[in-house]
Design a protein. Structure first.
Lengths: 322, 322
């Protein structure tokens, strides 16, 4: 079997050329030309088999998602992605698996114009850690901490698709073929909301990506902002498969709020400015789902009744699922 | 058990304050002020239990080494480290283990003036992936590719200590207590050669850090430079424990050349300039071990006989040990 250097050359050498890469893969470290005026943005996220994705997830989906979850973090800062580093643990060198993984990752890198500039490929439990670097005008970066009472609370896309997809993959829920395909696709190949995040930069007062669950990520945004929020259940955008499933299983109405893995953007806008968003032609539709309150705490309004939301509200990596 | 955010706050919030960190741990990504004139340097390295370090390695040593191996890559570029991100997989949240790991990592971060600006802490097989960012004046960055025929070949510190330490840990070799302690210390707590790397920037023609083994890393430097090298066995610097052990086991003389995990710098200097290095007061002594040849290939001179070195020469992450 070939060594590390050859595997990297074979599968990861392609990808977009960026003039800000002075020295890419192949030395002790990459050399990059930093942005002149912008701030750097940096984040890292791990996907481990059996924890973050089920055993037997297609390799191409793992490659796609390993980059997508990091692109989603960069989107939530209002930033543009530039460069990625990949640490990949493989139980054994499996050229077929590796080729498919690389295809999934590099296709998305092409779309997002991200150059893969370094990494570490080694034996170990199946796990992919991507570190992503990007840039943003400092004063326009989206933080979690800027939400103010009265701000409108908005959400991109729909929530619950990936959570329901995971139930399908685990054999706990049965859906019609097309609905199942849609939900599994949303689970395995999330779409980072890069254009939306960049549009929101300098416009939204706060933003976070919904990775662990709508409610837990809303709680994080509110805690960072020293505020509370009201979420209107009837306004929460659901795809037809999830809406239909929840209608058939009303006792599971919380799933779209807690299941996580949605990679949509949750953000706040100054009162009255949501109309701008409606007019901007963006990649994904956005929906107003509530508002920011002065008092700490999350309230959920459903069927005309407001109730405080308490307890676990999503996936915490150590506390476990809600 | 506490959730991820609290664990991070408790164990990783301290560390050096840097004015170039605009927003650290706690949002979707960090915001950093990039260097004005310098190039950015970026690298990532994984340590996985049972692969890169033996089961039951002290947590503090794992924390130290996870950062040290990346600092060594930055040193090999002649760069200054600035910021680190940590992806840590833990089979279960073990506060004692985590506290010791964090102590090992943060102590070295303090010494190297590196700010930990982000990360991902999650359940999974025990594994620590650090991504390190630094900066260097672009024209002075040390690459592997600049060695020219006639250049002097130099090495910092000693090689073989960590390799012998691993043999001791695995119970394959017995040493006197003090010698064993020294070798295990070198295995578990390598010292990145940051000051040396920065001194070499703009002076050395090529450099690489010896992580996988002196010979394999020399091969990589020579391949990148389109050159060959002569290595004089009698000049290779050995610590007293390794020198003594090799004297007692002459058939194992290759161990210091192939064992890896040394994290010393191997570099080339223009002919006649090695004296400068001797005069500069650096953190570690350096030794001339050979020279660069025009013809590709590695030659080892031992007992007055030159032989071509062929075959595996160190640790390849997929081909396995030599």
């Amino acid at each position: 079997m070939s060594g590390e250097a050859e595997l990297v050359r074979r599968y990861f050498a392609a990808g977009p050329r960026r003039s800000d890469v002075l020295l890419g893969i192949g030395d002790d470290a990459a050399l990059l030309r930093p942005p002149h005026e912008d701030a750097l943005v940096a984040c890292t996220d791990v996907l481990t088999e059996g924890i973050h994705f089920p055993v037997d997830t297609p390799a191409e989906a793992v490659g796609h998602k390993a980059l997508a979850v990091n692109l989603s973090d960069v989107a939530a800062m209002g930033a543009r992605p530039r460069w990625a580093l990949l640490a990949l643990g493989l139980p054994r060198p499996d050229p077929q698996w590796l080729a498919a993984f690389a295809r999934g990752l590099m296709d998305l890198a092409d779309q997002a114009q991200v150059a893969l500039v370094g990494g570490d490929l080694c034996r170990g439990p199946l796990s992919a850690t991507v570190t992503l670097l990007g840039s943003v005008i400092p004063g326009r970066a989206l933080r979690r901490s800027g939400a103010r009472p009265g701000d409108e609370l908005w959400l991109s896309g729909t929530v619950g698709d990936a959570g329901l997809g995971l139930e399908v993959v685990r054999g706990r829920v049965e859906l019609e073929a097309e609905a199942a395909r849609f939900c599994i696709q949303r689970l395995q190949r999330p779409t980072p909301r890069l254009a939306l995040g960049q549009w929101l930069a300098g416009r939204a007062t706060a933003a976070i990506d919904v990775s662990d669950g709508l409610l837990i990520d809303l709680q994080r945004l509110c805690e960072a902002s020293g505020a509370g929020a009201l979420l209107r259940w009837e306004s929460v955008p659901l795809s037809p498969p999830v809406a239909g499933w929840v209608a058939r299983h009303p006792e599971r109405w919380r799933l779209p709020l807690t299941a996580g893995d949605d990679y949509e953007l949750l953000f706040t806008l100054p009162p009255g400015t949501g109309r701008m968003l409606k007019r901007a032609a963006l990649e994904v539709s956005c929906t107003r789902v509530g508002e920011i309150l002065a008092e700490p705490g999350i309230w959920v309004e459903r069927g005309g009744v407001r109730q405080p939301w308490s307890g676990a509200a999503g996936y915490d990596h150590f506390a476990g699922p809600a």
